[in-house]
Unconditional design. Structure first.
Length: 255
């Protein structure tokens, strides 16, 4: 005699389990099932299914794929911004952005820009991230931004990631009951070395440094911008420096 449940009873049990699940809840996807389903969605060009599958797996299930090889890594990079706890993947993406393979480095940096853009003060509070946690997320990307052996676009993305994470950290510090309890972030509150970036040999990096300056800039940073307006050989960078130097006047005019 068979000991398996009749198919009708099995379906009834499944239906009851689904009915009892919290509204809007999605079942966790086993790590072993995640990669095949992501590959199918990717091959079909179904971005919605790729996003849905990634969210069911979450950051923990994507981490081994980001540490893997071949197509799975590229698919995991694409899927990374879709998961709710995507901030947990920033360190893995920084490692990939540091790789010599530009095919992985550039998409990893772009994915991390999207994640950092989502990580505002509310997201940080939802995931119980404090100022120290955000500072730790900045650290590997500061290294990518400073690495002159990286392609310029990867470095610029890394600078933007640092700036966005530093801004989110600043919101948390401002909202804290005792803001002085959190140590100040180095590098002019933008998370990367602005003084080094505005003196970089690559004009793309110099321009990004001025574009990412806080508004209005602290006096020391404003002085860097003014000096660049007078001495910058690249006209596009000079315009960005002038805009950064004049940002304080623009803010005053809007007040």
């Amino acid at each position: 005699m068979s000991t398996s449940c009749p198919s009708g009873l099995t379906l009834a049990l499944v239906a009851a389990a689904v009915a009892g699940a919290p509204a809007g809840a999605q079942p966790d996807l086993a790590q072993s099932d995640l990669a095949p389903r992501l590959r199918l969605a990717y091959a079909a060009g179904d971005d919605d299914e790729l996003t849905r599958t990634a969210r069911m797996g979450g950051a923990h299930a994507l981490m081994p794929l980001l540490a893997g090889q071949g197509l799975d890594v590229r698919i995991a990079i694409l899927a990374a911004p879709a998961v709710d706890d995507s901030h947990a993947l920033l360190a893995d993406l920084a490692r990939l952005a540091s790789e010599p393979d530009r095919v992985l480095a550039a998409p990893a940096a772009r994915a991390a820009v999207r994640i950092a853009g989502q990580l505002d003060g509310d997201h940080a509070l939802t995931w119980d991230l404090g100022p120290a946690d955000l500072a730790a997320l900045v650290a590997p990307w500061r290294g990518v931004a400073a690495d002159r052996g990286r392609p310029a676009d990867v470095r610029v993305h890394a600078m933007e990631i640092c700036a966005r994470l530093a801004a989110a950290r600043g919101l948390l510090v401002e909202a804290a009951a005792a803001p002085t309890a959190a140590p100040a972030m180095a590098d002019g509150q933008v998370g990367f070395d602005l003084a080094a970036a505005v003196a970089d040999a690559d004009p793309e990096v110099r321009r990004a440094a001025f574009e990412l300056m806080p508004t209005p800039p602290p006096a020391a940073l404003r002085d860097l911008a003014v000096a660049a307006v007078l001495g910058e050989a690249d006209p596009v960078v000079a315009v960005a420096a002038a805009q950064a130097a004049c940002a304080e006047l623009a803010e005053a005019g809007r007040a």
